[in-house]
Design a protein around this ligand. Structure first.
Ligand code: PLP
Length: 362
């Protein structure tokens, strides 16, 4: 049996997408050239680029009020670009800290301008999403924006619904759950995500930004860090990661062909439920990390009774061809990542393995 890839990102891609990517490497659309050799100013490349944004807009239901940028530098560069572009005079970045990535976003923002924490779930080891009732009140005169991480890849928690503070635009790091549930664009001002978890391969970062945030003066911002420059140039200010955008386009087209966002939302719920059911029915043989109301449909985190048994579990999983389920080095335990490229059958095989392991070791 083939190996199963549950890595936290980059991760598995559908075979059809890999096959088409491979075809593009030898002769792209009868140009006689590899996709890798095409000029980014050519008609052939431009059509890939346009298709990528069009397919994304269709898949994620992005309204005309928002622009789609295809950038580089990963979500990690967005930790810097967001405050650089949004923190003008008298503005503050309000952060909800729900895990390692949101801690990083907060730290980077502090280097750029006024940044405050409205709530954090650190005291319970980031096992939950703090409800709005537990936040520090937002000052009435507050100006700036609210920043959250919609899915916490390392701890395995996820916002069920995005918060809405009427006085503050909302900026969301969607790195690990973009493309797996509908996005209420009327309340989301910026969403950003690297493609390597749910939308394709590493090297291209999707930034969806409400167009009114692109007005105003940006004199003094380095061009490469200025959303306005990228928006004006259709994300072709400099050479874009052409191959990664090709893979993004293939992946999003595949997602659309396979039933679109609704289908993948249902699939994510189905896949994660299968694993949570094993955990919940295991009489604490498997112990989940996230509190139930905050559980992620993307990253299922758990451990076994002790570290020794967890080690045996991980090594037997590896022998069975189940790859990438060790927890993050900061957390230990186990983490199964269930992004869009992971099929139900892969999940079923993992469930069977977990049940057999429990029979043998409890
Ligand atoms: C993976 C991840 C990141 C980091 O993304 P890069 O593209 O490697 O910079 C940031 N935030 C979250 C929530 C992630 O899952």
């Amino acid at each position: 049996m083939g190996k199963l890839n549950f890595n936290p990102g980059p991760t598995a891609l559908p075979l059809e997408v890999l096959q088409k990517a491979k075809e593009g490497l030898s002769n792209f659309a009868d140009t006689g050239f590899s996709i890798l050799e095409l000029s980014h100013r050519s008609q052939a490349y431009q059509s890939i680029h346009d298709n990528a944004t069009k397919s994304l807009a269709a898949y994620l239901n992005i309204p005309d009020s928002h622009d789609i940028l295809l950038l580089q530098g990963g979500a990690s560069l967005q930790f810097t670009m967001v405050p650089m572009n949004l923190l003008g005079q008298k503005k503050t970045a309000y952060h909800i800290v729900t895990g390692s990535w949101s801690k990083k976003a907060y730290k980077e923002s502090k280097k750029i301008g006024p940044t405050e924490i409205l709530a954090s779930s650190k005291e319970r080891d980031f096992a939950y999403i703090p409800p709005e009732s537990e936040w520090k009140p937002v000052p009435e005169s507050a100006q700036g924006y609210l920043h959250i991480t919609s899915n916490n890849t390392i701890y395995g928690t996820q916002w069920r619904e995005l918060p809405h503070v009427s006085s503050l635009p909302l900026v969301v790091d969607m790195s690990s759950d973009i493309g797996t549930k509908p996005i209420p664009w009327e309340n989301v001002d910026i969403a950003y995500a690297g493609a390597q978890k749910n939308l394709g391969a590493a090297g291209v970062t999707v930034v969806v930004i409400r167009k009114d945030l692109l007005t105003g003066d940006s004199t003094g911002l380095p061009a490469m860090l200025d959303y306005r420059v990228h928006a004006e140039k259709g994300s072709l200010y400099n050479t874009p990661p052409t191959f990664n955008i090709f893979v993004l386009q293939l992946m999003v087209q595949w997602l659309n062909d396979q039933g679109g966002l609704q289908a993948f939302e249902a699939r994510s719920l189905d896949k994660s439920k299968r694993l949570y059911d094993v955990i919940d029915r295991s009489d604490d043989f498997y112990i989940g990390h996230a509190e139930r109301s905050s559980r992620s449909t993307m990253n299922v985190t758990f451990r076994l009774q002790d570290e020794e048994l967890t080690k045996v579990f991980l090594s037997k999983a590896n022998e069975a061809g189940i790859i990438g389920i060790n927890g993050h080095r900061s957390m230990g335990g186990c983490r199964v990542s269930l992004y869009n490229g992971i099929g139900i059958e892969a999940c079923e095989r993992l469930v069977d393995f977990m049940q057999a392991f429990k029979r043998n070791y409890s």
